[in-house]
Design a protein. Sequence first.
Length: 324
Amino acid sequence: MPESATRPHKPVSLITGGTGFLGSHLADRLLAAGHRVVVMDNLITGSVDNIEHLRNNPDVEFIEQDVSKYIDYAGSLDYVFHFASPASPFDYLEFPIQTLKVGSLGTHNALGLARAKNATFLLASTSEVYGDPLVHPQREDYWGNVNPIGPRGVYDEAKRFSEAMTMAYHRAHGLDTKIVRIFNTYGPRMRLKDGRVIPAFVGEALAGRPLTVFGDGSQSRSFCYVSDLIEGIYRLSQSDCHEPVNIGNPSEMTVLQLAEKIQKLIPGAPMIEFRTLPVDDPKVRRPDISRAREKLSWEPQVSFEEGIANTIKYFKEKITLDKI
């Protein structure tokens, strides 16, 4: 009997946007679960540095590809994780058309690939589908308060469309689909200059610049450490839940409170500087995770104190390496 016939089948997972912050951590989690992983990315916001540690892993394949164009894969696939998209304010404001295309054409292409391979499809959606919410905390049955023509609309509406397309494939074609709504996530492999509040504050503090708080800092956010988020996403992929699921940390703080915490954690961090609040910036953001608790037996495990210490350590090392 040939050796290949006696080997247990390894699930094969394709991750679009797989060199990004979340995509690369997802690759690690899938490999730990015994998957083979195909990383697909056009690298406009991702970086191969995030998967450098996987370079010699025989169970990892990298394909440089824009998923907004036709995509295919020669082998079999068991899962398609659609994580491709600019996700930070700096990125989707710099690449508005690409953001809309990857949410529409890219989602259609990824769903088509999953259907052709009879693979489970998981969409990385976002809490931004709730816009500037009028309901707090946000439950999955809340339809949101989004400005479709504002500057943030390119990201918000791209994700809302991608959710609609995903559910259409589930209903019309019987495709096994999952939708995760990701709330503010942080941790190693974030880019210092991506416009999100934690890397912005940490980068400013380490550089000795004032911490920039927009508005009066009373707007709230809920921060989930990356390992917790990825565990929730993995559990969702293994579940039979087809409705959107919030994955995030319900522990809420204001942006001003976050800035003050960063000041205490980084010696010599300068004062706080207030600037005008950007257009359509959400005033509150906090997930109701009742569905994740019920369907996935999931809730976050990493405290903010532990997570932010790991994140600051990563950024310090990254800055040091970049200077060498």
